[in-house]
Design a protein around this ligand. Structure first.
Ligand SMILES: Cc1cc2nc3c(=O)[nH]c(=O)nc-3n(C[C@H](O)[C@H](O)[C@H](O)COP(=O)(O)OP(=O)(O)OC[C@H]3O[C@@H](n4cnc5c(N)ncnc54)[C@H](O)[C@@H]3O)c2cc1C
Length: 419
């Protein structure tokens, strides 16, 4: 039976959720505190639809790197301990998740979501051919600068294949043949892993396109509207409040990204989300410049490069140092210098626009797609570094759950109790 469902948050996760709820015939309202869609973490992310590269940050090799993260300010991951109890709680849970077993289990679960997302993206693009978001299906090449890391990546190929990822190891000449913009780096590379099934696109434009399609399908948007708190209603039901106004809905889906912690806290629901701050640059590509055509990941520097039409998007870094999305000029300078060295002359890095956003990360790297202890309150949060990649699948799963349908893929591991 059709219900009125309110989705809180118009980032990529909220919009895909609205899409599948509407497809099921529900009446849908999206509430967003900003005046536009995708104004926060979904705005200028790395642009990778990274269906095969989903391994969580929490992995067995991480603990030995912690001292470097603490001490070196220009390391790709930076941890500054504070007096924030939530930060410590998150870090302890993260450390506990850094085992082989957990990392493999999370990877397996994330792959089931990401592969499903890829199918849903194909379906969506066939249905909405005008969804203009500089989408490209050119594949991704992860380049390695040391023999040790390339050997380790090659050893992983068989395991990745057993999980359904189609990848090939390339020597340096083959890397350059795939991506001529790497030619000048040839003597510093040791090889790369190419995955043909990886896509890229502009997440903000994707969201704008989706909003237009949703509006045509009578989905209502309330922008500039902050949900100030949630409160308990009759029995086991929750109500959202905008100031003194009760938002009347049969169901409420929380898709408020990194801000979900304080919002859910108003109902006493605790979620282990911590914002991992990341940075991006978007630089115009000069006419005739030798810029990368395929997505490139610089494995050692943990930076990704995506071509978005006539722009180059560069993204990276994870700072575990607080909840504010403020640009640190030092981090921006590090990113800019690394990008200019990687692809000199590919784009106008002086005119690059810098941005940062807060990845809503869970300790194990798995999103939370679940009902709360309130009958009508659902969570679609915690997509960390993979929100663009996973949004369609997790939106569809919330659609299944709200419509009391058997989920299209297993939701095991994505419960609040599993975090
Ligand atoms: C540097 C960087 C690079 C990244 N690269 C990639 C990538 O290449 N590929 C990939 O898949 N993912 C990537 N990600 C991750 C991805 O961007 C996020 O996982 C995703 O954007 C999260 O989407 P969301 O909708 O959950 O959150 P958001 O986009 O933050 O949306 C939440 C929305 O809720 C609204 N909101 C919050 N609280 C309230 C309230 N109380 N009332 C009303 N509205 C509210 C906010 O204004 C916001 O618009 C990257 C992230 C960063 C930071």
């Amino acid at each position: 039976m059709a219900k009125h469902v309110v989705v809180l948050g118009a980032g990529v996760v909220g919009l895909t959720t609205a899409w599948y709820l509407r497809a099921d015939g529900h009446q849908v309202t999206v509430i967003e505190r900003n005046d536009d869609v995708a104004s926060e973490t979904s705005f200028a992310n790395g642009g990778q639809l990274s269906y095969s590269y989903v391994a969580p940050l929490a992995g067995p090799g991480v603990l030995s790197k912690l001292p470097k993260w603490l001490l070196k300010r220009d390391s790709p991951i930076h941890f500054r301990p504070g007096v924030d109890l939530q930060q410590w709680n998150w870090v302890m849970r993260f450390v506990r998740a850094c085992t082989h077993r957990q990392s493999e289990e999370s990877t397996r679960r994330l792959l089931s979501l990401s592969f499903f997302s890829r199918d849903l993206m194909d379906e969506l693009l066939a249905r909405e051919p005008d969804l203009n978001f500089d989408h490209a299906n050119a594949g991704k090449l992860v380049v390695h600068r040391t023999g040790a890391s390339f050997d380790a990546a090659r050893r992983l190929l068989d395991y990745q294949r057993s999980l359904g990822c189609e990848q090939e190891a390339l020597d340096v000449d083959a890397c350059v043949a795939r991506e001529p913009a790497l030619a000048h780096l040839a003597d510093r590379l040791r090889g790369g892993i190419f995955t043909s099934g990886e896509d890229s696109g502009d997440c903000y434009r994707f969201c704008v396109g989706l909003m237009r399609s949703l509006r045509k399908r009578s989905v209502a948007f309330r922008f500039g509207t902050t949900v100030t708190r949630l409160r308990r209603s009759f029995g086991r039901r929750a109500v959202a409040l905008v100031g003194n106004e009760d938002i009347d809905a049969d169901h409420i889906v929380i898709a408020t990204g990194a801000s979900s912690v304080p919002l859910l806290g108003t109902l006493g629901i605790r979620v282990p989300l911590y914002p991992l701050k990341g940075y991006s640059l978007t630089a115009p590509i000069d006419a005739g410049a030798v810029a990368p055509r395929i997505s490139i990941t610089d494995y050692e520097r943990k930076m990704v490069y995506a071509r978005l039409g006539d722009r180059l998007r560069i993204a990276g870094m994870a700072d575990i140092n607080g909840r504010r999305a403020d640009l640190n000029p030092r981090r921006v300078a590090t990113l800019r210098a690394a990008a200019a060295a990687m692809f000199p002359g590919a784009a106008d890095f002086d005119r690059a626009v810098a941005w940062c956003g807060l990845r809503p990360a869970t300790p194990k790297g798995l999103p939370i797609i679940d009902r709360t202890s309130f009958d009508n309150l659902w969570l679609n949060i915690g997509h960390g570094a993979l929100g663009f990649t996973l949004a369609l699948a997790s939106g569809r799963l919330i659609g299944d759950l709200v419509s009391s349908r058997r989920p299209a893929v297993s939701i095991g591991g994505f419960g609040l109790a599993d975090t």
